[in-house]
Design a protein around this ligand. Structure first.
Ligand code: LGS
Length: 468
């Protein structure tokens, strides 16, 4: 890898990024964890069952104009009732691990107070079912479904939400901790903060740049307090999942701004105990950072056992005078996004596997000592079922390319422990509703019929061989 990251020079130029040479047989390290991932609101359905309270996504998806065609997670993949079938599919594919999220409003319908036992019962059944089928459960505590009652009190802009989150983490661990070893606190706090509060693209739909930074800090504080709570109750392995994107640019300043707002604003507090000085300066026109209190960064940087990495694509940016700010990156005026010369997925995202190698090697170099787990990687394509089969060549080739990229990073020294494909099933893709399909298993939403796609059959063979 001849790319340069961090330090003074943040630039990675497209020309310098190498081709992944090795297209022969590749074997992953012994014990490499292979699996798939999902999230509660995206697959469960059963939105009003067994005492579940409303979350910000129930509210947001019912707000006209926010989600494609007014889709909601009310039914989704009906996984709440069909989980035994879904676990059987995973077993048949030979998956070793399954990452799912626990719905906070099932466990605490109002976001605080005593647990709703019927909500926890579901996860109890799911965990047992997984273990009986030889699949290791990996729990995400927060995948964006904040109890609406907490949002009514300010949501993640309110410091108290961080404390409530730690209580919820302890309650959930008390019930599942005897059978679940690996816990991640938050999924992609960047999305919660900057899609949810700075730009309004996601729930709760607030759109003030300053709130993005406040929410980011309280999410990080919630992570740190939850780590403490999980440790106190004897959790095995604890970590956080971040959505990280290498930034490709010929302009070092533009690259540093975007890298700071996307990656370092979360990586540095968690893994180094400080906010990056350049990000603090950059955001001063929006916030005085007075929400950061003495001692917060010690809490946020409590040691973790793994870093969950969600990787989809790099960000290609260029300096361009007059460009308005991208609302998900406050203060990014003068920076143009996109423009990579690469094939695209159905989301319009470029397919650039080398970005995963760059990212993993950068993490190994700049944040050494933390084992890495790819908690999400995958792609949406416009799949069709033909005679009971789905020939999703685009996804298969995306996954193949990214696994080769991950393997290259391991060979370069990254301590990568496993790979979880996003997603097991087609599901509710947030603001895109059901129109974007990320599953390796097709879901017919009319009949709830599951059809493993070609990518699933191929992935099953990868898992069996522990390689490509
Ligand atoms: O389904 C989500 C997947 C799909 O693509 C999953 O729930 C999330 O954890 C994750 O965010 N996912 C995902 N991410 C790609 C991120 C691209 C950045 C989008 C920026 C919008 C302006």
């Amino acid at each position: 890898c001849d790319t340069e990251w961090g330090g003074e020079d943040m630039t990675v130029s497209a020309e310098k990024s190498y081709e992944i040479q090795d297209s022969g047989v590749l074997t992953f390290p012994e014990g490499f964890v292979w699996g798939a991932a999902t999230a509660a609101y995206q697959i469960e359905g059963a939105a009003r069952e067994d005492g579940r309270g409303p979350s910000i996504w129930d509210t947001f998806s019912r707000t006209p104009g926010k989600v494609h065609a007014g889709h909601t997670g009310d039914v989704a993949c009906d996984h709440y009732h069909r989980y035994p079938d879904d676990v059987r599919i995973m077993r048949d594919l030979g998956l070793a691990a399954y990452r799912f999220s626990v719905s906070w409003p099932r466990v605490q319908p109002d976001g605080s107070g005593p647990a709703n036992p019927r909500g926890l019962d579901f996860y109890d059944r799911l965990v047992d079912e997984l273990r009986e089928n030889g699949i290791t459960p990996i729990v995400t505590l927060y995948h964006w479904d904040l109890p609406q009652t907490l949002e009514d009190r300010g949501g993640w802009t309110n410091r108290e939400t961080a404390e409530r989150f730690a209580e919820y983490a302890a309650i959930t661990h008390a019930r599942l901790g005897d059978r679940v070893e690996t816990w991640t606190t938050l999924n992609e706090p960047w999305c919660s903060a900057f899609l949810g509060y700075a730009s309004g693209i996601h729930a709760p739909g607030r759109a003030e740049p300053a709130l993005g930074f406040t929410a980011a800090h309280h999410l990080l504080l919630g992570h740190g307090l939850a780590v403490q709570a999980l440790r106190a109750s004897g959790a095995g392995k604890v970590g956080i999942t971040l959505n990280l994107s290498p930034v490709i640019s010929d302009d070092a300043e533009a690259a540093a701004i975007v890298d700071g707002l996307q990656n370092r604003i979360f990586l540095d507090p968690v893994l180094r105990g400080e906010y990056p000085a350049d990000v603090v300066e950059h955001a001063r026109r929006f916030t005085d950072w007075s929400f950061v209190r003495d001692g917060d960064l010690e809490i946020i940087s409590r040691p973790t056992d793994l870093l969950g990495v969600n990787y989809y694509h790099p960000q290609t940016v260029a300096a361009r005078a007059g460009e308005p700010a991208n609302p998900v990156y406050p203060g990014s005026e003068g920076i143009a996004f996109g423009g990579a010369d690469a094939p695209r997925t159905a989301m319009g995202w470029p397919v650039q596997p080398f970005g995963l190698t760059d990212l993993l090697l950068r993490l190994a170099r700049d944040y050494p000592g933390t084992p890495l787990l790819i908690t999400e990687n995958g792609a949406a394509f416009d799949d069709v079922v033909e005679d009971g089969e789905v020939h999703d060549v685009g996804r298969l080739s995306y996954l193949d390319g990214h696994l080769r990229a991950a393997h290259a990073a391991i060979q370069g020294g990254a301590d990568l422990r496993g790979y979880l494909v996003w997603s097991l099933l087609d599901n509710f893709e947030w603001a895109e509703g059901y129109r974007k399909r990320f599953g390796i298993v097709h879901v017919d939403y009319g009949t709830q019929r599951r059809t493993p796609k070609d990518s699933a059959l191929w992935y099953s063979e990868v898992v069996r061989r522990n390689g490509l």
